[in-house]
Design a protein around this ligand. Structure first.
Ligand code: UT7
Length: 318
């Protein structure tokens, strides 16, 4: 028997405020029609003033713990995937650990932008399989609204805030993370970045060459999904659900098409959440379970690409 990281619980949190495309129409030179037809996005959630990445991460964590029937005292390690930490340090994970009253174990952040959750998941899988931790809380949480130049129509309409979390537990059997595949290529770092940080003393704004990222995404996402499936000894025919990074409906459908899978097998939430970066996959996993799409035993392929460029995929038997 093989020790695997099995999903015990999943949960999410979305900020209360919903911003429909029409709010942008009123402020900048864009239209609901352009945003819908080019991206599939209809609305997104935005945090309230003063609401932090730590706050929404902790709420998602509590929801996942409740779904798992566990408490924070049962958790050995906590990983947060985020590119929007509230402070340069300590990590959001440390702040969530404090917020949850978790007095044992260890906590750290993973930063791989929109692919962050795949990188965090793969780290958690390694910790579990090496015996370093048995129960790991993996959170994706972002407040990308704080990185937007609200006058820039090419970026501000695309992103939203939110958080999702999984509780993983080491167990022997058929279920769990079956394989994963990670990549990055720093030659493409200028395609998607934030022009702030310690070098400028400002938080900065997100800058993106959207068309170029689109081209890389379509090419790289199906390839990494294929590699993960191959590592797991499975093929596209075995897949019950693709849970892709939710950036653009056109990327999502082009990737499914390249994988030879119909849209009926894809969990799509981009219309309601926009692009929530590292939160998008755990949010979609949680919503997919809530909708009754993802069920125990299903083979789920998840894939993402973002700034770095960094990209990857994982295959989970749910
Ligand atoms: O999660 C991290 C990874 N990021 C992504 O996956 C994003 C990948 N890229 C995309 O999703 C798409 O490239 C975008 C949605 C960002 C843009 O869609 P596109 O079909 O690639 O459009 P484009 O950038 O080629 O722009 C087409 C036109 C341009 O006008 P001109 O130059 O043809 O006159 C833009 O200025 O659309 C214009 N445009 C807009 N028009 C109305 C750009 N943004 C807007 C807007 N409203 N919000």
């Amino acid at each position: 028997m093989t020790l695997r990281a099995v999903v015990k619980g999943v949960g999410h949190y979305l900020p209360e405020r919903v911003v429909p495309n029409s709010e942008f129409e009123a402020r900048i030179d864009t239209s609901d029609e352009w945003i819908r037809s080019r991206t599939g996005i209809e609305r997104r959630h935005i945090v309230a003033e003063g609401q932090t990445t730590t706050d929404i991460a902790a709420r998602a964590a509590r929801a996942a713990l409740a779904d798992a029937g566990l408490t924070v005292a049962d958790i050995d390690a906590l990983i947060v995937a985020t590119s929007t930490p509230d402070l340069t340090f300590p990590s959001v994970a440390s702040m969530v650990q404090g917020e949850l009253g978790m007095e044992q174990g260890f906590a750290f952040d993973v930063q791989a932008v929109c692919a962050g959750f795949i990188f965090a998941l793969t780290n958690a899988d390694g910790l579990i399989r090496s015996g370093q931790a048995n129960r790991v809380l993996v959170i994706g949480a972002e407040t990308f609204s704080r990185l937007m130049d609200w006058e820039d129509r090419t970026t501000s309409v695309l992103f939203g805030d939110g958080a999702g979390a999984l509780v993983l537990e080491g167990a022997e059997g058929e279920r769990g993370i079956l394989a994963s595949d990670l990549h990055s290529d720093g030659r493409f770092r200028d395609l998607l970045y934030v022009d702030g940080g310690t070098s400028t003393g400002t938080t900065g704004h997100l800058k993106m060459q959207g068309r170029e990222i689109f081209r890389h995404a379509v090419e790289k996402l199906a390839a990494t999904a294929h590699t993960s499936l191959e590592k797991a000894g499975l093929s596209a025919d075995d897949v019950d659900w693709i849970v892709p990074h939710q950036a653009n409906l056109r990327i999502i459908s082009a990737t499914a098409q390249r994988m030879g899978l119909p849209m009926e097998k894809v969990v799509v939430t981009v219309q309601d959440h926009g692009n929530t970066s590292a939160a998008s996959i755990p949010l979609a996993l949680s919503v997919g379970k809530e909708r009754g799409q993802i069920k125990q035993g299903d083979v789920v392929v998840t894939e993402a690409i973002g700034g770095g460029l960094a990209w990857g995929s994982a295959v989970i038997r749910w």
